[in-house]
Design a protein. Structure first.
Length: 578
């Protein structure tokens, strides 16, 4: 409906506009609400109508006629004796009474065409504080919140030119902020979080109607609760404190916006913090400094030491994945420019090194750097814990991640679980996808020795989550196996879950180590542990079930005998029936 109203406003009525209104006066609303109309043609508004969200239209009745460009719409009982403007009454209330949270005001001419409308909310200001809302620019749309400000006068300026306080917006800026102070963030001022603003203009300002907002819309009014004054002098600073307001500035990332009424004056975005260091605007650049509330951001207090920080890269990854590493980089007073990024553990590096340069001094960046893990199709590297490491600018940081399994597309895997290690061939034949807590977990592995010498192996299996085994010792079911040349065998490994294991997803790992090697080969797959009373939906999965030739022969004889017996029974039944 509002969109339709906006489209219906005629171009001819552009110079007849709603110019001021009082929707929620201090105390009782009765006989105090008003709407002011400005017209450069001295229009007579008799037989015009006004409407709010309630839907009913009120006719405008002329009760005072004055040669003026301003006209006032009032309720019965409104004291207009001292107002030098034409006055129109509408009855006991304007519409159904102007709502205090939000409402719409629509003016129709005597032909039913919309002349102007404004859709307002209490966020605009003027909420039960004795102030009206005044239009800033006649030529801008009335429903634009940025085109309205609170009046500077108690009771507003009905029937008169709006006395707006036009602020030199470029003069008042956010100058410094401390998101992560020592101690409590919401401590009583002058401790805790703070935001400092600077008035770089030539005028002093009363800060009525000024406020700060964070990314989530939390509002911090600039008043005596959060500052030691609500006035900022020319070329001076004012510090606004949280002072008991919890959760205003986040320590990881957030934004700060400075408003005058509904007009955005300044905005700063940050993505990380360092305890007891503030961000300060020095030569139009945001840099880390020691806090200097109510003082100039002195150059000598700039942090000279660089720092590197890895942001939000926890999680599990497959070999072959590309990881987007989010970095916070601050370069202080160092001549070194290079930064290095790699993924590794104490034994192996599992990615190429990524190098890039940071130029300049006292600069702060938040950047995303992609780094690809090795595909590991030959299973050279073990699943498990690795670290993303960043170093350079005389600083370093690291963050732990888990890497499990292969990227199927890169390694062209189609559900098979096979390893070829020299002349040895290992194949995971059977393993449970689900198991009850009380059940024994049985895993079958086929081993093939294609060499001309006997191979001696050690094999074991376990179920785990993170770094903890939930089936006892990691090598509790270790078996020593010998395979003759050009032979194959199937090994069965058994595990029992600890009785206190919680239901959920775990990992089953089978490890096979040749006698002359230090590092084992292994299979890793997911396994779901369910409660004892629940039924298994898929007890075993088998990619390739191995059977020896004699077993196949025995199974074939049994099946043939069974089929012949069934045919003979059918024949006898059929014959007897005849």
């Amino acid at each position: 409906m509002l969109l339709i109203f906006v489209l219906m406003v005629t171009q001819a009525s552009a110079l007849t506009v709603i110019n001021e209104f009082m929707y929620n006066p201090s105390g009782e609303d009765n006989n105090k609400e008003f709407i002011e109309i400005f017209s450069d043609d001295n229009v007579t508004f008799e037989n015009y109508t006004i409407q709010d969200l309630s839907g009913g239209k009120d006719n405008l009745k002329l009760v005072k006629n004055v040669d003026s460009q301003y006209s006032l719409i009032v309720e019965d009982g409104f004291d207009y004796s001292s107002i030098n403007a034409s006055v129109y009454a509408v009855g006991n209330t304007i519409g159904n009474g102007l709502n205090n949270d939000k409402d719409v005001i629509i003016i129709f001419d005597d032909e039913g065409k919309i002349i102007d409308l404004v859709y307002y909310s209490s966020d605009w200001g003027g909420d039960n504080n004795g102030k009206s809302l005044e239009k800033i620019d006649f030529n801008l749309i009335s429903s634009n919140s940025e085109n309205w400000v609170e009046s500077n006068l108690d009771g507003g300026s009905p029937g008169k030119e709006n006395k707006l306080q036009f602020v030199n917006y470029n003069a008042i800026k956010i100058n410094e902020f401390l998101p992560d102070p020592l101690g409590q963030d919401d401590a009583s001022m002058p401790n805790g979080e703070f935001i400092e603003i600077l008035n770089n203009g030539e005028e002093d300002f009363e800060l009525n109607g000024f406020y700060l907002e964070d990314k989530l819309g939390h509002r911090l009014n600039i008043d005596n609760t959060h500052a030691f004054s609500n006035k900022i002098n020319s070329k001076d600073y004012l510090v606004i404190y949280a002072n008991g307001f919890s959760g205003f500035l986040n320590n990881d990332e957030d934004e700060i916006k400075l408003f005058y009424n509904n007009i955005l004056l300044d905005k700063v975005v940050y993505s990380s913090t360092k305890e007891d260091f503030s961000y300060s605007n020095v030569n139009n650049a945001w840099i880390l400094t020691h806090p200097t509330p109510n003082e100039a951001n002195e150059f000598g207090k700039i942090i000279n030491k660089s720092y590197l920080k890895i942001l939000k890269n926890e999680g599990n990854f497959n070999f072959g994945d590309i990881i987007e590493v989010k970095l916070e980089v601050y370069k202080g007073n160092t001549r070194k420019n290079s930064v290095n990024l790699v993924v590794e553990n104490e034994n192996n590096k599992i990615s190429e090194e990524v190098n890039f340069n940071i130029y300049g001094k006292y600069v702060n960046y938040t950047i995303n750097v992609p780094i690809q893990l090795y595909p590991n199709c030959n299973l050279k590297y073990l699943d498990g814990d690795y670290k993303i490491k960043v170093s350079g600018l005389e600083e370093d940081d690291e963050k732990e991640i888990e890497v499990f399994g292969l990227n199927d597309k890169l390694c062209n895997i189609q559900g098979e679980k096979k390893i070829k290690s020299d002349d040895l061939y290992f194949e995971l034949l059977e393993f449970p996808k689900e198991t009850r807590i009380s059940d024994e977990v049985i895993t079958k592995v086929k081993l093939v020795n294609n060499s001309t010498a006997q191979e001696n192996l050690e094999m074991w299996s376990y179920i785990y989550k993170g770094s903890e085994s939930v089936t006892g010792d990691f090598q509790g079911n270790l078996k020593k196996v010998s395979i003759n040349p050009n032979n194959e065998i199937i090994i069965e490994l058994k595990n029992n879950l600890d009785y206190h294991v919680d239901p959920g997803e775990y990992k089953l790992r089978v490890r096979i180590k040749k006698e002359e090697r230090k590092t084992p080969d292994d299979f890793t797959t997911n396994i779901m542990v369910i409660e004892n009373e629940k039924n298994l939906t898929n007890i075993l999965t088998s990619n390739t079930v191995y059977e020896s030739s004699d077993i196949k022969a025995k199974n074939s004889v049994f099946m043939i005998t069974l089929i012949v017996l069934v045919l003979m029974i059918i024949f006898l039944i059929f014959r007897k029936g005849l």
